[in-house]
Structure formats: C-alpha cells, structure tokens
Ligand binder design. Structure first.
Ligand code: 6PG
Length: 481
C-alpha cells in the first residue's frame, strides 16, 4: 500500500515532524540525501512504525499515494531550490510540495509561482516550536493556495499543537504568506528574548539578585496572567542549571555573544522596505550584533567608564516595576509585529486574519503565551484595529503602568545599563501617542538643502521656501539675554 505522506530531509526537525505525522495515523516515506542518516533513523527511531525508507528520489516518489504530499525539510536557500529541481521531473500534476523550513517569503512566492505554472502545488509553511514542538505539536503557518491547504488540512490539524480553541494551524494566505507570518513570529521572538535579557540584566546587575533569586522572580512572573509564557518559563529554568566544571550557574559562564540565523534581520529588512516602524525588534537585532563585538567591548570597557552610582532604592519594590516595564515593552513589541503583518497583508495581498495569527501562536511555538489570547480578542473585536495600543485593554494597562516603566528606563540610563528594547518600546509608545513630532524641522531642513518641499498644517498643497535668502537678516540673540 502506498504511503500517504513523504518527508525529505532527516535533520532533527524533519525526523520529528515525520514521526509526528506517522504517530497521527499517516503512513510515511522518508528520504535523506545521505544514506547513513536514513539508516540511523530507521534503526533508532522508526522501528515498529509505518515508515518506508527510500534511498533514491525515484523510490521515494514511487512509495507515495497520489496526489503526493511531500514535506521538504532541508536548509533554507539553495538546498530547497535544488531539491525542488530534482523532484520536479518525477512528479505528477497536482502533487503538493511543502517547504517547512525558515525560507525567505520572497523565495517562497517565487517557488509557488514556478511550481504552479508547472501544474504542481506548493505550500510554504512556517513551523515553530523547535525539536520538541515538531515532535509533539508545533505551530504551523501554511501559505499557498487555499485548495492545497484544504487538501492537507486533515493532516496539519492533527500534527499541530492543540489549544483551548483548536489546533495551532490555519490557512494563512497565498504565495509567501505563511513564511512571512513565520518571519514576523521570529522577529517578535527576538523582541521577547531581548526584553527578557534586559530584565535579567537589571535584576542581576542593578538589584544584585543571584541565580536562585532570578529563578524565583521569573518563576513567579510565569504564574501571572500577563507574562505566563514559554520563554519566561525556560528563563526560570535556565537559572537552576549549574556548570559541572566551575560550580557556577551555567548561564554565568556562557559567552555573552548572541548568534542569529537571519529571520530577525529579514523582519527588519522588510519592515523598513514597506515603511512600518518596528523599533523594538530593530533594537533586539542590533543588541545581538552589539553583543557579537565581544573582544572590542572587552577593550572598550577598559577605556571608557560610565556612571559610578549604584542602585540605592528599595530592591523588593523595584522588581515589580521591572516586570511592568517588561510587560509594557512587550505590548509595544507585539503592536509593532502585528502592524507589520497588517501592512504586509495589504501590500502583498495576503488578506491575513490577525486574530487567527495570534491564535495559532498560542501553542506549539516559541512565543506561545497566555497574552496572545488578549491579542486575539482585540482583533476579533475590531479586525480593522490600526494598532494594538489602541485596543481598550492594552491602552489601559499601559496607562496604569507607564510610571513604573519610565522609572525603570530612567534608572537604567542613570546607572549606565543599556536597555535598548525597553527604551525603544517606550519611545515607540511616546511617538505613537503624540499628535505633533519634531519632523516639521526635518521637513524644513530637507526643503532648505534639497528643495524637497513640505506640506503645511494650516492649508493644503506643497510648498517650497527659498530658505537661504529668507534668513539673511541676523536675528536678535534672545537666548543670551
Ligand atoms: C521557532 C524558532 C526557530 C529557530 C530560529 C532561531 O520558531 O521554532 O524561531 O525557527 O530557533 O531560527 O533563530 P536564530 O538562530 O536567528 O535565533
């Protein structure tokens, strides 16, 4: 009997997704470029399961029922194109290829077009949740034709994480929509991780908490309705692990230089491209880059000093203020991510349902959190909401906590502790809520040096001033008086 689902690429995500599909009642066929990997998988993890190993793509394709459903789990970029090119001559009309890697949405859109013009179907599917999620229930973000999604739905809804209001999968939209939403998920993930890192820095280096106390604070925050989330939970866990060599908390001996594979930067690239302000996410990507200058920072630290003051306030009272700052900043970060999705939806024709995007992130994925319920409700209540900060609940929460948030950012600045994502979020909030920003001056300068023209607040039209000849009288020096 033919197998109902195929997986190409047996790195850990591919293996785990394959096993997840099989466990849910769909016989599978697997293929990996190197034979040894397939053999090991078959001998160690696939025994007693309904798995057929194929050692050539011909064998693999022949093992699958039609129309074939093939999940490609190879490295994003050229390997995806290479796999598609090798498969193409072996496929039949109507076969469905699914790319489950972290592919760039523009590549996905191109591949979808190419494959659809050849009468195949292509789904670009964001998969979040790491190894564990892939095996036991990830969050899935499939984009492509609705028809192909409907065909895959019985499988996808079974393998996805399950939450109170359904499986963490939905039809996202056409072309590269699924990978776009996954990219923004990752941008938000970068924001969350940086905000948590800043809270940790303040708790440890300003308030002087040790690893056990840090564990307790994060564990306590994880019980709150607002911060309960996977990332806060694993943060609490991290502080409980000690290094067997030094006996120190393991986190203390980890080099402070963050890696990145690129999805955060892609989020920034596209936001800048389509004109959406995502300063918290930009700060998070930048903070990783700054952290990577480890050697240079070590040298600079010897030469440049900051404030010498230390915290002299009430440690116990400051901890909830840091929590409030974290939460307010998080709201701003998600407001930015959702605004980016909204603009992309309009420009790229994705027709996204933002409430559904928030819902499918409630389980399985790295940013899973109780908080996403609030976002879902905000968009369910008002699908046209221009910005999350305008949703009554978010607005009120920030208003209630902004004093603490401002105090935390100001204290950090006074003590010389960088809080780039906390401050970027606060600046986002203050910029968004101001009806007048200083860019009237920017416009004047642009018109001065480049005749770029400006608009006026009091009448319609486009104006230009001959600034050089208008400022030729020396004004009276009022400041000196
Ligand atoms: C997920 C993760 C996953 C991966 C990131 C990490 O949703 O499961 O986001 O996609 O862990 O690629 O990205 P960086 O290496 O850039 O931190």
């Amino acid at each position: 009997m033919a197998q109902s689902f195929g997986v190409i690429g047996l790195a850990v995500m591919g293996e785990n997704l394959a096993l997840n599909v099989e466990r849910n009642g769909f016989p599978i066929a697997v293929y990996n470029r190197s034979r040894e990997k397939t053999d090991t998988f078959m001998a160690t993890r696939a025994t007693g399961k309904n798995v057929v190993a194929a050692y050539t793509l011909e064998e693999f394709v022949a093992a699958l029922e039609r129309p074939r459903k093939i999940l490609i789990m190879v490295k994003a970029g050229a390997p995806v194109d290479a796999t598609i090119q090798q498969l193409k001559p072996l496929l039949d009309e109507g076969d469905i290829l699914i790319d489950g890697g972290n592919s760039l949405f523009k590549d996905t859109a191109r591949r979808a077009e190419e494959l659809e013009s050849a009468k195949f179907t292509f789904i670009g599917m964001g998969v979040s949740g790491g190894e564990e999620g892939a095996l036991n229930g990830p969050s899935l973000m499939p984009g492509g034709t609705k028809q192909a999604y409907d065909f895959l739905e019985p499988i996808l809804t079974k393998i996805a994480a399950q939450v109170d209001d359904g499986p963490c999968v939905t039809y996202i939209g056409p072309g590269g929509a699924g990978h776009y939403v996954k990219m923004v998920h990752n941008g938000i993930e970068y924001g969350d991780m940086q905000l948590i890192a800043e809270a940790y820095d303040l708790l440890k280096n300003v308030l002087g908490l040790n690893a056990q106390q840090l564990h307790e604070v994060f564990a306590e925050w994880n019980t709150t309705d607002e911060l309960n989330s996977y990332l806060i939970e694993i943060t609490a866990d991290v502080f409980k692990v000690s290094d067997p060599d030094s006996g120190l908390p393991l986190v203390d001996v980890i080099k402070d230089a963050a890696g990145q594979k690129g999805t955060g930067r892609w989020t920034v690239d596209d936001a800048l491209e389509i004109g959406v302000a995502i300063p918290t996410i930009i700060a998070a990507v930048t903070a990783r880059i700054m952290s990577s200058y480890k050697q240079e920072r070590v040298e600079a630290a010897k030469q440049i000093t900051g404030p010498s003051a230390t915290f002299d306030g009430d440690v116990k009272a400051f901890i909830p203020k840091i929590r409030d700052a974290l939460y307010c900043s998080k709201m701003c970060s998600y407001a930015q991510g959702m605004a980016l999705l909204s603009k992309a939806s309009e420009l790229y024709g994705y027709d996204l349902n933002l409430g559904e995007c928030a819902r499918i992130w409630k389980g399985g994925c790295i940013i899973r959190a109780g908080f996403l319920n609030k976002i879902k409700h905000a968009f369910d209540e008002n699908p046209g909401l221009p910005n999350l900060l305008l949703a009554p609940e978010f607005k009120q929460t920030i208003l209630d906590r902004q004093a603490a948030w401002r105090e935390v950012v100001a204290t950090a600045a006074q003590l010389g502790i960088p809080v780039p994502a906390f401050s970027a979020s606060l600046d986002y909030f203050d910029s968004y809520r101001r009806d007048r920003l200083p860019q009237n001056l920017t416009q004047a300068q642009r018109d001065y040096f480049g005749a770029h023209t400006y608009e006026r607040t009091d009448k319609p039209g486009t104006f230009h001033t001959d600034w050089i000849h208008t400022v030729d009288q020396e004004p009276e020096a009022v400041l000196a008086k």
